[in-house]
Design a protein around this ligand. Sequence first.
Ligand SMILES: Nc1nc2c(ncn2[C@@H]2O[C@H](COP(=O)(O)OP(=O)(O)OP(=O)(O)O)[C@@H](O)[C@H]2O)c(=O)[nH]1
Ligand SMILES: [Mg+2]
Length: 454
Amino acid sequence: MRIWNRVRSALPAWWRKKAATESSGTADARRHWLAANRNLKSLLEDTSIPSGIRAELADEFEQIERITQKLDRDEVHVAAYGRVGVGKSSLLNALLGREAFRTSALHGETRREARADWQSLKDGQAVLLDTPGIDELDGGARERLARDVSLRADVILMVCEGDLTRIEHAALGQLARLGRTVVLVLNKADRYTRTELSALLQRLAERTRDWLPAEHIIAVSAHPRPEIILRTGPDGREEEMTRPREPDVKELRAVLWQLLEREGKVLAALNASLFASELDARVAQRIVAARRDLAERLIHKYCLAKGLLVAVNPVPVADLLAAAGTDIAMVTHLGRIYGFRMQRSEASRLLMTISAQLVALMGAYWGLNLVSSALKTASAGLSTTLTATAQGALAWYATYLVGRMAQTWFARGKSWGGDGPREVARSILATLDRDELLREARTELRNRIQRSSA
Ligand SMILES: Nc1nc2c(ncn2[C@@H]2O[C@H](COP(=O)(O)OP(=O)(O)OP(=O)(O)O)[C@@H](O)[C@H]2O)c(=O)[nH]1
Ligand SMILES: [Mg+2]
């Protein structure tokens, strides 16, 4: 039950609350199942997810499609997983009672995933999945495979043949952290004496204490070596005979059967919803990052435009008017990135709120345009380019602050959040490297001015 609780604790709060008030009866399982199915389908059909982001998440979307098909067919998947040659394919054959998966004494027999229908459940079908050995692939590919199998399989049979190697231990930890339902299967039990076997099982239990309940560690002999028996022949001489041995997977079959009948469909539904919510979060993160990138580029463009206007335009009053127009355009444009259409009046109101905060925090700051304009007329004696770029850089800086404030407001869904606009302005100013920004602005403006006057 610990695994079950872990799976549950990894779920969103609303689901946990829902699960807490429901028993895991068939009707509830059906409900979980249908809810997960709906979530997945709505993610697949969500056209508001930008196409670039959909392309980046193509693998995940393919996984979703596969999980959806699996849910539609009422399948519960059990995957064998582990190092090369530990007997993964043999184990699945033993559970099936037929040779559906290829096995070999040579390492690396199974190269890709394979599947076979196992048994019918009360309300679905259990399917067995075979996978290649995890140490056949390089580290990155192994990780991906572990993830791939663990995302799709509802129960994972982690197969080993002795104490866990470093790779096996790490892989098991990863699966446990992902909240997967794992049964650790110690295969080739026929190679050990009874005492050795119980010591080994105890050792495995100790090493996986934080991840697995004790009843999920099971010894099996998927394909035992024939028994060697000594017989005295009619002539009195001893001769060696071999007697084939039957696979021994009884205990594992019973545990699996119980797990699948009792929780199979719920596990499949939870598994799917776990994946859907994880993907949902990933998509959301990607959308946030894509919008931020776009907004930053846009703000930069307006900073440059306004910086140039102020630096180049010889009429101070026109500077001001043009600059105000730029701010409104920037705010409206930023709004569109975040999916909001702004009226001019709304944009002006937002600009007034923003400038009020900046004035409050920076004294006469919002008089910047005036200051820079005044500077321009009064500083006739100085090198024009130098003075002009200094003024332009200040205008750039002001535009940048306004842009960042507006972006934050849009990103929070047209809200300043609990802290209010003052706090937002304060934190933007506190995290900003002003001198660096001014330096950058001056360099870029100077380059532009020199290029256009050359
Ligand atoms: N002694 C003993 N040998 C076994 C047992 N199960 C499997 N084997 C042997 O282990 C070898 C590998 O078995 P496979 O089932 O092909 O192993 P696998 O994990 O699927 O291997 P790959 O597909 O190569 O990763 C074969 O020679 C099997 O006969 C067992 O219970 N006892
Ligand atoms: Mg195999």
